[in-house]
Ligand binder design. Sequence first.
Ligand code: OMP
Length: 273
Amino acid sequence: MNRKQLVEQIFTKRSFLCVGLDTDIKKIPEHLKNEEHPIFSFNKAIIDATASYCVSYKPNLAFYESMGVKGIVAFEKTIAYLKENYPQHFIIADAKRGDIGNTSAMYARTFFEEYRLDALTVAPYMGEDSVTPFLEYKDKWVILLALTSNKGSQDFQLTTSTDGERLFEKVIRISQQWGNEQNMMYVVGATQGSMFETVRKYAPNHFLLVPGVGAQGGSLQEVCKYGMTKECGLLINSSRGIIYASNGRDFAQAAKEKAQALHLQMSDLLDML
Ligand code: OMP
């Protein structure tokens, strides 16, 4: 999906919500655990319940890889289900990859050719040649970690070099020599609040993937106040806050209500543009 199509989806659906499919077998409702494919059954119900309120899904690979072959099968079934039934949704593999060039090229092949997903989260730490193999694919996206939502973002990302520039600022500035607004987004945590103002100085038009609303306590309003652009420019992710809204038989309905509530707020925020 290219940028124009993504923006169209956002304004048509009045939503910039990305539902995180961080499905943990220990957290899914008991009654699903007897099914042949419990993780997939859970995801399918969550997807059907939330698809009208979001434009994107983000399965985090850690949750699937932690279950070995069964988890990978669940991941593949989930992707196939999304592609067949909801082809307009933007699918992000959250895998935070990045390695020497020929290894990155294999990661790119995995997510863009084998799974045919739209986007992949990538760590910038190994530099240009670790990121550019992902950028060789037309209409595919690198989502580069810039300023993450966790406390540890202070350890490196917020440190300042002698020229006065912080590491996350350098990442955003220099990476713009590798990719552009059509094939690169940045991860900025919702918990970073007014720091979005600084991010927008460095990347005024890039899309930002913003996790941290919901379970991590980030504020949607604050993110939008400082981070929203004329084309919206934001994909807001919530995982646990939606998918584990209930662990009873009503889990899909509860997830739907959480997604619906975010959709309503997002629709109002888009009206203000
Ligand atoms: P919840 O906190 O449950 O909404 O999940 C957040 C999701 O976003 C998880 O899959 C995290 O791995 C991911 N994430 C962050 O929470 N913080 C970041 O800074 C970056 C990511 C990410 O790259 O998506």
